[in-house]
Design a protein around this ligand. Structure first.
Ligand SMILES: Nc1ncnc2c1ncn2[C@@H]1O[C@H](COP(=O)(O)OP(=O)(O)OP(=O)(O)O)[C@@H](O)[C@H]1O
Ligand SMILES: [Zn+2]
Length: 534
């Protein structure tokens, strides 16, 4: 099979294909916001990006949920999918493909893949006994369970005893190959703590896992035995492959894998790490296909220390947050406040304080007051000075010159919180710098050259800050750019960026002199605590 087309300039990223057992919640939004931010950052750098999200629609969990709602499974899936699509639109997520595992082209991809693994001799029929969590769609080892046989992830759900005939995938055969692979690609699983978890698990010895079910109709029939359906996870992981097909191309593995494979990054929560970091590479080894480059398992958004989840029902409604605060606020808060990789609790008071402090006060006021001074002192134009003419020891230029590199590294490491902190440091220093240089006094003293340098350097720092934050808060960055006199649109995906443009814009000093400024308007309205419910 050919697989020669992928180049350094392409970047394919996936979110999980979310179960449609209920409407999306803030946890589903969290991964998707992060993935969208990475996709935007890669596009900004001039890469050709494919961002994949979608839904996992088969299996017992969905079958049961649909039944309990008195709907057919397909009706149920369609309904919930529209909820996901609407949330992504409201969150300003620019995905390229929405992969649904009930799509007809997906069935063909799954069957072709199954056949390759079957032909390898890696599938056999046997008896499966064990404890099953329907919410996880996974067999659990007895030692993992909580007291009275509750699932450790779905702490309100008891596991069920299963004893049935299933087809199995020979995972155990890939134990050593996987271990060698993890050694060879130490960055495959991130962060480091997750990698260690996986290595420990694999070192304890891998068992074959069942990839078919006998009592679940809601799935694809096994090509070799129609009395079984394919296990939901075997089918779901392949949803990433189906997503790569161009809409009008014939659904074959060869077509699907020709341009974007291997995927650069699977972004997931730690709950589904095992599937992505162990099962998935083993399945690909068996099918003799290249393995994705990276899997990043982030932490949980928690409520009172417990994972928020659809099954547990302790979630936060993202639609409500969006309605109240808008997409940039929600995107910013979760990426800034929770270190990507570890768990974090949500508090609405903290949410408001962070947004007011960072976006309304530090960034918003800085732009607003500087623009007003530029209106007054320089007739609404950027002063007649260029970044290159300013000394490298200038306090803002000194920070600004190394900021781009620092932020690129942080985005590359998915350290979004560090991105925000580094950018905010420039913003805060700029505020201090204005207070210290007192442009209003310089004006009174007719020190126009010094005044020009002060205002230029602050406006340029705001520009750089908004450019570097644009993957996270694209609407606010747009507003800032417009007020600085540009006509950029950070939401326009069709704009072709290049690495040259990126290097220039991500550097301090790119603001053109004498450019006509826009009208100063608040870029983020301060939120009053009294407006909130809790
Ligand atoms: N509390 C959470 N914190 C962070 N991410 C989450 C959270 N809940 C779900 N996710 C994201 O959704 C993925 C799981 O998708 P799934 O559709 O199973 O959602 P879920 O709400 O966890 O469902 P359930 O509660 O039924 O297990 C995770 O891997 C992660 O990407
Ligand atoms: Zn579970």
């Amino acid at each position: 099979m050919k697989n020669t087309y992928k180049t350094q300039d392409t970047f394919a990223i996936t979110t999980p294909l979310y179960y449609v057992n209920a409407l999306p919640h803030i946890g589903s939004a969290y991964t998707t916001i992060a993935a969208d931010t990475v996709a935007r950052f890669q596009r900004l750098q001039g890469k050709s990006v494919l961002m994949i999200t979608g839904t996992d629609e088969h299996g017992q969990k969905i079958q049961r949920t649909a039944q309990s709602k008195g709907r057919s499974p397909q009706e149920h899936c369609d309904l919930v999918v529209s909820g996901f699509e609407s949330l992504w639109q409201q969150l300003n997520i620019q995905y390229d493909r929405f992969s649904r595992t009930t799509a007809s082209n997906h069935e063909l991809i799954v069957k072709e893949f199954f056949q390759r693994v079957w032909d390898r001799g890696d599938i056999y029929l046997s008896q499966q006994q064990g404890w099953y969590c329907v919410a996880c769609e996974e067999f659990k080892e007895e030692r993992e369970l909580l007291e009275e046989k509750y699932c450790p992830i779905h702490t309100n759900q008891k596991v069920e005893w299963r004893d049935e005939e299933n087809y199995f995938f020979r995972l155990s055969k890939y134990q050593e190959k996987l271990q060698a692979f993890y050694q060879e690609k130490p960055n495959f699983i991130q962060p480091e703590s997750r990698r260690n978890e996986v290595l420990n698990f694999v070192n304890q010895g891998l068992q074959d896992f069942s990839i078919s079910r006998v009592n679940v109709d809601w799935g694809f029939q096994l090509p070799v035995d129609p009395s079984h359906t394919i296990y939901v996870w075997f089918d779901a992981l392949l949803g990433y492959v189906t997503a790569l097909l161009d809409p009008d191309s014939e659904p074959t593995l060869e077509n699907a894998l020709s341009k974007w494979w291997p995927i650069n990054l699977h972004l997931i929560g730690k709950d589904i790490l095992r599937f992505h970091a162990i099962y998935w590479p083993a399945m690909l080894m068996s099918a003799d296909l290249p393995i994705s480059h990276h899997v990043f398992g982030h932490g949980f958004l928690t409520k009172d220390g417990k994972k928020m989840g659809k099954s547990l029902g302790n979630t936060l409604d993202p639609f409500e947050l969006l309605k109240k605060y808008g997409s940039d606020a929600v995107r910013y808060y979760f990426l800034k406040e929770i270190e990507f990789g570890v768990d974090g609790d949500f508090s609405e008071t903290r949410f408001i304080n962070v947004l007011n402090a960072d976006l309304a006060n530090d960034l918003g006021n800085l732009l607003n007051r500087t623009l007003k001074m530029a209106q007054k002192y320089f007739k609404g134009q950027i002063p007649d000075i260029h970044g290159e003419e300013i000394e490298v020891t200038h306090p803002l230029k000194a920070i600004g010159m190394s900021l781009g590199e620092q932020v690129i590294q942080a985005y590359t490491d998915l350290a979004f919180s560090q991105v925000c902190e580094a950018v905010l440091a420039l913003v805060r220093t700029s505020n201090k710098y204005i207070d210290e240089t007192a442009p209003w006094s310089l004006y009174k003293q007719c020190q126009l050259e010094a005044l020009a340098e002060v205002l230029y350097s602050v406006l340029e720092s705001v520009r750089l800050a908004s450019y570097l934050l644009s993957p996270i808060i694209p609407n606010i960055s747009n507003a800032i750019y417009q007020q600085l006199g540009f006509s950029n649109d950070f939401n326009d995906k069709s704009v072709i960026n290049s690495s040259e443009i990126f290097v220039k814009q991500a550097n301090w000093g790119a603001l053109p002199k004498n450019q006509i400024l826009g009208q100063p308007q608040p870029i983020f309205q301060r939120i009053e605590l009294a407006e909130t419910v809790s």
